[in-house]
Design a protein around this ligand. Sequence first.
Ligand SMILES: NC(=O)c1ccc[n+]([C@@H]2O[C@H](COP(=O)([O-])OP(=O)(O)OC[C@H]3O[C@@H](n4cnc5c(N)ncnc54)[C@H](O)[C@@H]3O)[C@@H](O)[C@H]2O)c1
Length: 285
Amino acid sequence: MTYNLLKGKRGIIFGALDHDSIAWKVAEKAHEEGAIFTLSNTPLALRFGEINELAEKTGAQIIMADATSVSDLEKVISQSMEILGGKIDFILHSIGMSMNVRKGKKYDELDYGFYHKTLDVSAISFHKMLQVARKLDAITEWGSVVALSYVAAQRTLFRYNDMADAKAMLESIARSFGYIYGRDKKIRVNTISQSPTLTTAGKGVKGIDSLIDFTERMSPLGNANAEECANYCVVMFSDLTKKVTMQNLYHDGGFSSMGMSLKAMKMYNKSIDQAIENGDFEFDD
Ligand SMILES: NC(=O)c1ccc[n+]([C@@H]2O[C@H](COP(=O)([O-])OP(=O)(O)OC[C@H]3O[C@@H](n4cnc5c(N)ncnc54)[C@H](O)[C@@H]3O)[C@@H](O)[C@H]2O)c1
């Protein structure tokens, strides 16, 4: 069902790589809800070719950019205003990458070059995006900017590694910039903290299947999938959420508020005793 929630709105969607990407689903939903927008991703991502299919389907133009480059972001934002015929109403930052995760570097053995890259790609790029948009006066009053986060910003989740630090920083940028942008221009800045999801980035986290299984069982409503996340993003871009800003909004079936569930409590002692008895209890980090 569609509601025309974004009728007449112009946007920029960063981070659609393939059919699994959260940004891909957001583009599909935003299109269905009446928005026009541009798509942006890195030259490498464009070489995979799938984004052309999304562009065709949604009538969007693609603008290549490395989101860590201020000049690339200036190009994306100014060209988007030209292409779409006016200021921008919404921006999605759906970008994350850690070479430490990819290369299996543990948190107490981080490569600092990779660490800087993680923070630049996954968090500082959000600041750059906001700063460039503000400098160009590119976003309309009551416009909405959303970045995607993860509960590892608040809680330690094994193997999420330096991405946890990036997400904590991302959420802090949303608050700090949200204050300035709200005060001066009535522009909203929020993060949506999404359940673990099987995307290219998600699959990069070793053991993601177990994590997905765990959060599915621990969340009263179960995990939220990418399409459901896209629905939430659309609502955040719409005029129905005009007074929501500087928030980290959990979209995780209730996981972030859980401590122990009845099911988990019942299983916990039983399975640990069993594992010790079997002699197969190993700590592996
Ligand atoms: N998948 C999950 O479990 C999950 C959970 C919570 C939050 N998130 C967040 O959602 C966002 C989108 O990830 P996804 O799960 O859809 O995976 P994805 O791999 O489909 O998307 C990640 C995107 O980041 C882009 N990217 C990487 N480096 C870039 C750069 N330098 N400049 C511009 N773009 C760059 C990639 O090309 C890709 O399109 C990320 O911020 C991710 O951390 C994902």
